[in-house]
Design a protein around this ligand. Structure first.
Ligand code: COA
Length: 342
C-alpha cells in the first residue's frame, strides 16, 4: 500500500518507514496519524519486515505535532480533534511500544516536542551527532502534553526532564546518547548504514524470542517483583509454544551438548522460519537427521582425546570450520528473500 505522508522500503528483513512531509519538517498532521495507524497495522503482518526503522525525510526526523493543522485548525471541531489526538496517542504510546517486532528510531535531524514520543515508543534509537532535539512546548506557552510527559518520565533522568522541559533548550545527538535518550550517535553520513547494521543484526535473531524480550521487559516495568516472576514464567511457556522448536531443546540443548557458545554466537537455526514449508524438512525429520549426524560424529571423534578437543572436533565436523559458519551466517543475512531457506 502507498501512503500520502509516508515512504516504506524493505530489504533483507529490515523495513524503513520514513515520515515524508519534508516541506513541513515532517510535522505530524491528521493525515500522517491516519497513515501511521494503517502502516503499522500493515507492517505488523508483513513477513518481509522483521525489524522496523522509523526516520524522517530531508533534514528533519519530525518537528512534532502539526501545530497548525492539529492544534490551531481543529480548535472548533471537537470530534475531529478528539479522533486525531486519540490516533496520535495510540500509535506512538501503545502500538509502537507493544509492537511485536523490534523498532528503531533513527533521528536524522530536528526532533521536537511530540516527536520525542516516537523515539521513546521505539525499542532502540540512534541519532546523527548533529541532530537537534528540543522540548519546544514551553516556547509556545505549552508543556510536554499528551504522552510526552510520560516519555520523559520513562526515559529521562528527573533533572534532565525538567531542565529541558522548562528551558526549552536544544541538545544534539551526542548529548541525546550521553543522557540515554538514544542508544548511539553517529556522524550524519554514517547514520543510516550503522542503524541498518544494528537492524540486520537483530533481524538475524529468533523473532519469537525478540518479541518475548520486549514484552517481558515492558510489562515487568509496571509490575511488582512477584507479579513479574509469575508473568515471565508464563511467557516462558508461551515462547516455547510459539517457537514450536523450543529454545530449551534446541538453543539450550545445543549449548549443553557443547555445540555452540551463545555468549559468542547465535544458534545456527536463528533467522530461520520455524514454519515447515513444502519441500523443506519438517521439524521431526530435521531432529532425526541431526541426531544421526551426531551419532556419526561421535563415532568419528577420538574418545581418548581431551574433552575440549573432542567438542571442538565435533563442532567442526557438524558445522564446518568457524570461518565457514560466519560466512554462511553473513550470506544468509545478505541474501534477498533468504528468510526460511535453511
Ligand atoms: N507544525 C506545523 N508546521 C510546521 C511545524 C510544526 N510543528 N514545524 C515546521 N512547520 C512548517 C513551517 O511552518 C514551514 O511551513 P511554510 O513553508 O508553509 O511556512 C515549514 O514547515 C518549514 O519550516 P521552517 O520554519 O520554514 O523551517 P526552519 O528550518 O527555518 O525551522 C523548525 C524548522 C523545525 C526549527 C521550525 O519550523 C519550528 O520551530 N517548528 C516548530 C517545532 C515545534 O515547536 N514542535 C513541537 C510541536 S509539539
Amino acid at each position: 500500500m502507498s501512503y500520502q505522508t509516508l515512504l516504506i522500503e524493505k530489504s533483507d528483513g529490515v523495513g524503513i518507514l520514513t515520515l515524508n512531509r519534508p516541506q513541513k519538517k515532517n510535522a505530524m498532521n491528521p493525515q500522517l496519524h491516519e497513515d501511521m495507524t494503517a502502516a503499522l497495522e500493515e507492517l505488523r503482518y508483513d513477513d518481509g519486515v522483521r525489524v522496523l526503522i522509523i526516520t524522517g525525510a530531508g533534514d528533519t526526523f519530525c518537528a512534532g505535532m502539526d501545530l497548525k493543522e492539529v492544534f490551531y485548525e481543529l480548535q472548533d471541531q471537537p470530534a475531529r480533534y478528539d479522533r486525531i489526538i486519540r490516533l496520535a496517542t495510540e500509535w506512538r504510546g501503545r502500538t509502537l511500544r507493544y509492537y511485536p517486532k523490534p523498532t528503531i528510531a533513527m533521528v536524522n535531524g530536528y526532533c521536537f516536542g511530540g516527536a520525542f514520543s516516537i523515539v521513546e515508543g521505539c525499542d532502540l534509537a540512534t541519532a546523527a551527532d548533529n541532530a537537534t532535539f528540543g522540548l519546544s512546548e514551553i516556547n509556545f506557552k505549552g508543556f510536554p502534553g499528551g504522552s510526552v510527559s510520560k516519555t520523559l518520565a520513562n526515559l529521562f533522568r528527573p533533572r534532565d526532564a525538567l531542565f529541558y522541559g522548562m528551558t526549552g533548550r536544544r541538545f544534539d545527538g551526542k548529548t541525546a546518547a550521553n543522557i540515554g535518550f538514544v542508544n548511539l550517535a553517529f556522524p550524519a553520513a554514517q547514520l543510516r548504514e550503522e542503524t541498518v547494521k544494528i537492524a540486520r543484526e537483530i533481524a538475524g535473531k529468533d523473532p519469537s524470542a525478540l518479541r518475548t524480550t520486549k514484552e517481558a521487559y515492558r510489562f515487568s516495568l509496571e509490575m511488582t517483583w512477584e507479579a513479574s516472576m509469575n508473568f515471565t514464567n508464563a511467557k516462558e511457556e508461551e515462547l516455547q509454544h510459539r517457537q514450536r522448536v523450543g529454545w530449551k531443546q534446541e538453543g539450550v540443548g545445543d549449548f549443553v551438548k557443547g555445540k555452540f557458545k551463545p555468549g559468542l554466537e547465535g544458534h545456527e537455526t536463528i533467522g530461520r522460519s520455524h514454519t515447515p514449508k513444502r519441500g523443506r524438512l519438517g521439524h521431526e525429520a530435521r531432529v532425526k537427521a541431526s541426531a544421526l549426524a551426531h551419532e556419526v560424529v561421535d563415532q568419528l571423534t577420538d574418545s581418548t582425546a581431551p574433552e575440549e578437543e573432542q567438542q571442538k572436533r565435533k563442532r567442526k565436523l557438524i558445522h564446518g570450520p568457524r570461518e565457514f559458519r560466519d560466512v554462511r551466517q553473513d550470506q544468509h543475512r545478505e541474501a534477498p528473500g533468504s528468510k526460511g531457506k535453511r
